[in-house]
Design a protein around this ligand. Sequence first.
Ligand SMILES: Nc1ncnc2c1ncn2[C@@H]1O[C@H](COP(=O)(O)OP(=O)(O)O)[C@@H](O)[C@H]1O
Ligand SMILES: [Mg+2]
Length: 609
Amino acid sequence: MFNFISKNQFIFNYRRMWPFIKPYWFRALLGILLTIPAGSLDAVIAAFLKPITDNVLVAKDVEFSRALPFIIIGFTLLQSVLNYAATYVNAWVGSKISLGLKWHLYDKLLSMDPIYFDQRSSGEIILRYSNDAELATGGLVANLKLFLTKFFSSLGLVGVMLYNSWQLSIIALGIFVLAVYPVKLVKRKIKDVTTKTVGATANFLTIYNETFSGNKIINSFTLEETFRGKFDQTLKFLFRLSIKLTQGGGWLSPLLHFIGSLGLALVLGLGTNLIVTETITPGNFIAFIGAMMMLYTPLKSIGTNYVKVQMSFLAIDRIFDILNAEPKIKSHDGAVTLETIREGLECRKVFFSYVPERPVLRDVSLKISVGQTVALVGNSGGGKTTIGSLLPRLYEVDRGEILIDGVNIKDYTLESLRRNIAIVFQDNFLFSGTIRDNLQMGNPEATEEDMWQALAAANLDQFIKTSEKGLDTVVGERGILLSGGQKQRVAIARAFIKNAPLVILDEATSALDNKAEKVVQEALEKLMKDRTVIVIAHRLSTIQSADNILVVNDGRIVEQGNHEELMARQGAYYALYATRFVDGQDQDSPTDESNSHTSDAPPQAMNAE
Ligand SMILES: Nc1ncnc2c1ncn2[C@@H]1O[C@H](COP(=O)(O)OP(=O)(O)O)[C@@H](O)[C@H]1O
Ligand SMILES: [Mg+2]
């Protein structure tokens, strides 16, 4: 039976899965051992057909015929119990292996760089990190049991056949060889379809996720029809693929059935001859036919199972693609710990692009001494947020270097580097759970007192105090139960609790009304005190009080200096200032992601986030 799956492929896949099977090897072995008697009993039943025919039907042995029902019931009962035990042990081992795989995959997922996530959809992540683990073990374990049971049952049945008539055995077994070629053909067809199915299923899952996250946009823009269409298309594509899979492998079962019947016809024809010439007894003949039919039944089911096994092997391929991938951003050997920042930070001629050939930062150099506040201003899409992301090595520079206290940040351990930097992002993400849970993400050891202090600094203590559940107020998935300003202040409090010497603030006060903005602004100012701060600034007050202002346009720093110096120069900053603040307007124009502003064409806004 094993010939139907290329032996090498079979061994290869079990070998690389071994580390995940190893912890449960004893039960796995037990599961395999149980399949031996469960499978072999088929042969016993077939072998019984001979005495039944010869002693009962032909010789009319009454004693034997009375005992017969009990013998049959006894054997089948034993077989059923063994089968159940094998199923149970295999399910247990299978679940454990699949959980182990998921654990290792998730661990890998956490170590991946942001760029890995940028390039993938949520659907693909769920599919490849969770579903594939089930597909792999499900196919592997279920089929291991099936194949082993059938293998031992086949061994026994072939023995019964040989015992009863070697002449007929040659014919029956010869027919098996005919079946090998079509089985091999299927393998090639499945791979292509499966790869496409993975992609389509990932899209499918992403639609669910987007429908969930974007439900308000869908409602308010009345996008129901669009999404219905998108979903329908994916469904239709998946349907076509599943039909292709059937076309690729579904004909195997009927074909094997046909080949099997061919063998049966030949055996029947020749068998009668052998009985007439008294080469074999009628009992031999019946037992032989019984064994042969039992042998062909699993052969037919191989058609369906073969597709499943191949699909599980492909899932294993995908899993090991992930497990063997190494994140690009990690601590290198000999990296040192960054205790705290003593002197300052410097970017030297930094170049960066998210996508090859599309430069985002070009020749960015800047210097910040400890305790200073530097403001980044400039047109939207200019690269301010990107500069902030490079410091904790969320992305890696293409060229140039970033130094902290004169040492390249790549030479610090990733963990210690990131411990020294607190970021308040533009779009703040809160995790499902309570205010307390979210604050503790800033520092797991934070005490109750630390938390209240941070909340006070973030101007959020009044709100939390008046909430019925206090620190245990639930924020909802993505913080959906809080207002924009409250969410942002929780994020600021989280950064406070982290108490890192370098703070990066991506101001997003534009999303807030004037009152909320003022409260958040006060919170930010408290966070900035006594720390080294890089602030992507919106508000004139923040910009004016900064020690140094850098104007970032189209990925370059086109000007720097303090407010007075830059105003006196009447350059890019002056132009920004004029368009944005002269009429007293402190709000943003619509987001402009076109990245087309240059320093000589005054942008419409200081920042349009
Ligand atoms: N994760 C990303 N993948 C690819 N391109 C990105 C990514 N994030 C930002 N960009 C692009 O990089 C440029 C700079 O973006 P960003 O640093 O966010 O600008 P700013 O913060 O100044 O508005 C933009 O053109 C933007 O489209
Ligand atoms: Mg930005």
